[in-house]
Design a protein around this ligand. Structure first.
Ligand SMILES: N[C@@H](CCC(=O)N[C@@H](CS)C(=O)NCC(=O)O)C(=O)O
Length: 338
């Protein structure tokens, strides 16, 4: 049994979900040790599967756990009321979950596209990743590892929908997100008030990469310089003392929900249909443009979870959300059967 008194977090700086979870631990003031490495440098990881980061070990436990979303909820259960990141109101908590999922699963597409599509940025990112995660490698070994990682990630682009044919949809989505955030978050707002939520941290995770990788950083600095500053602030938000003030950021949430209704939920529904039918490809129209990729089982679960959360809300909570979800074209994806 581990004797450690603090959380042990294994992650990587170029990993959006690692940055998300570290920022949550920092904001919540939960003592933790951040470790970067692989089984070569951290032998305790040798048997850990799946090989994903972030990995979190609870104080006094031996087991490593994965997946930032359930881990964030586990921290909520273990430390109730201590700088919680889920709004208290059940309707707002639902919106928070929906926007978190959108950030994790849809904003990840611009993150992956802008990191790996263009040669110069792909080379830069591969070097950053191996320098970060292989602290003992140098010289030729480092170069070889960077090339291996670069080639592997680029070969995976189609799997996650980051194809040249989908680029216009993905790039338009990033630009729209930046414009929206620039007009709202630069006024010092988070999605539910002056304190950050789980959805803010999920957006932060992706933006922490998009504002560092050279190509998307250029786009961000040109279109939305305030967003870069916002992301830097959330990296360590331990000093932020804020309130849930949902009315303050209503326009921002509405804008993001419009993106969810026009882009993400149609994709999730088409993905679920393709999975159910055993189809080889998801084909969906996103704002009138065709988007195609292979079905993803994990995102099938994401959609089921969103619908389960919606169905679990009281009639009163559903009624209070209905006008907003209807005007942003989200509602039909939550209530219809596929
Ligand atoms: N849903 C997971 C996603 C974790 C994930 O995809 N992690 C990536 C890095 S950002 C990874 O470890 N990939 C393994 C690899 O590329 O070998 C979470 O929220 O933690």
């Amino acid at each position: 049994m581990s004797q450690e008194q603090s959380y042990q977090l294994v992650g990587a700086n170029p990993s959006p979900y690692s940055r998300k979870l570290r920022a949550i631990l920092r904001y919540r003031r939960l003592p933790h040790v951040w470790k970067v490495g692989t089984a070569d440098t951290l032998p305790e990881l040798a048997q850990v599967r799946p090989k994903l980061v972030p990995l979190l070990r609870l104080p006094g436990e031996d087991q490593w756990r994965t997946d930032s979303t359930p881990l964030a909820h586990l921290l909520e259960q273990r430390h109730p009321g201590q700088r919680s990141i889920v709004p208290v109101d059940p309707g707002l908590a639902f919106i928070c979950h929906l926007l978190e999922d959108f950030a994790d699963e849809w904003v990840n597409k611009p993150m992956f596209h802008y990191r790996w599509h263009e040669d110069a940025t792909a080379l830069w990112a591969a070097n950053w990743i191996v320098r970060d995660t292989l602290p003992k490698a140098h010289g030729q070994a480092l170069q070889q590892a960077a090339k291996f990682f670069h080639d592997r990630q680029r070969s995976r682009m189609a799997m996650v929908g980051c194809t040249p044919a989908n680029a216009p949809v993905i790039e338009a989505s990033y630009r729209r997100l930046l414009a929206l955030l620039e007009s709202e978050v630069t006024a010092g707002r988070y999605l539910f008030g002056s304190r950050p939520s789980l959805a803010d941290f999920a957006l932060y995770g992706q933006l922490a990469q998009l504002t560092i990788d050279p190509w998307p950083q250029r786009v961000c600095r040109e279109l939305a310089p305030g967003v870069e500053a916002w992301a830097i602030t959330l990296d360590d938000a331990a000093g932020i003392e804020g309130e849930w003030q949902p009315e303050r950021a209503a326009a921002l949430r509405e804008g993001l929900l419009e993106m969810v209704g026009a882009e993400y939920l149609p994709f999730l529904a088409a993905n679920a249909r393709a999975l159910a039918e055993g189809a080889g490809e998801v084909v969906v129209s996103v704002r009138g443009q065709e988007y195609r990729q292979a079905p993803v089982a994990y995102q099938g679960k994401c959609y089921a979870e969103i619908r389960r959360r919606w169905a679990g809300l009281s009639g009163e909570a559903q009624a209070s959300l209905r006008p907003l979800l209807e005007s942003t074209a989200c509602l039909k994806w939550l209530v219809n059967t596929n």
